[in-house]
Design a protein around this ligand. Sequence first.
Ligand SMILES: NC(=O)c1ccc[n+]([C@@H]2O[C@H](COP(=O)([O-])OP(=O)(O)OC[C@H]3O[C@@H](n4cnc5c(N)ncnc54)[C@H](OP(=O)(O)O)[C@@H]3O)[C@@H](O)[C@H]2O)c1
Length: 327
Amino acid sequence: MKAIVVQTEQEGHPLAWQDVPEPGYGPDEVLVKIHATALNRADLFQRAGNYPPPPGASEILGLEMAGEIAALGAEVTGWQVGDRVAALLPGGGYAELVNVPAGMLIPLPAAWTFEQGAALPEVFLTAYVNLFMEAALQPGESVLVHGGASGVGTAAIQLARQAGCRVFVTAGTEQKLSVCQSLGAELAINYKTTDFAEQIRAHTQGGGVDVILDMVGAGYLERNISLLNTRGRLVFIATLSGAKAQIDIRQLMGRRLRLIGSVLRARSLAEKVEIKDRFMAQFWKQFLDGTIRPVIDSVYPIRQANQAQEKMAQNQNIGKIVLRVVD
Ligand SMILES: NC(=O)c1ccc[n+]([C@@H]2O[C@H](COP(=O)([O-])OP(=O)(O)OC[C@H]3O[C@@H](n4cnc5c(N)ncnc54)[C@H](OP(=O)(O)O)[C@@H]3O)[C@@H](O)[C@H]2O)c1
């Protein structure tokens, strides 16, 4: 089969579409013919050599895909060759074929394209596990989503709104802010021109927020902690501005705050299946009726993966960048 291979011996680690061995598949796995995959920020870190796949995972980039089942493991039940599916992957999405544990499969709704299916798993499962399982976000609470126009941000805004929460976001351009508002954000703040903490205090008459989903890290830590309401939760999912900062522990004690760090990729298969099942039980109906949808920025042929990743590296995407594997 063909797959994207990182040319680590060349400067900038360019991506090339090359012949590689086909993956095998176990008795409780299916082999999927991939029609589309999608970019995640983590792909850029992995390509640079800073985010190796967990033990046992494919070395090939790609944390999600949508396609058709091409073959079934001996113990798989409930699925047929030809079924249209999407799945979260620990790696291996930028390819023509991938093996997927049957427990991770998401049935693709009949009306959905493979591009839509590929844009769903990583960002919606990340938003879901962090907002609803890690931070235990409750209806009526408020949540601040940093990077509101990112893939994860566009998923988080929609899930939180559907759960009956107030949503505030930060993003870096006016166009990004207006998309966040169209998805349900009540307050969208340009962090490049405004202090987000001051703006939220003004908007909430001196109050703060119950939950913060943060991908920025060190540069926002002090302001994030200052904004949390009593029993507030701050979930770290990335450290785009740096990973080391100081904390005033008395603030955590006084308002009984919780700081939570979280990754999805390194979790066990059993945990990922549970996350996917709980996500579908709570929100799948809203996907089927179109209330929630993956936000797709652009679609590139997989041979243009270099250009697609460059767009993400420049922070130019709003929502997901998809790679089409089958024309
Ligand atoms: N822990 C986990 O399990 C997990 C899972 C999935 C993703 N993630 C992380 O979540 C983040 C979002 O992922 P994604 O694939 O959705 O990303 P994405 O679509 O590439 O969006 C990331 C956005 O973050 C903003 N940004 C970049 N550098 C920044 C900085 N220094 N300060 C403030 N904002 C900055 C940019 O938007 P602006 O123009 O608004 O600045 C950029 O478009 C990534 O950092 C990713 O690694 C973590």
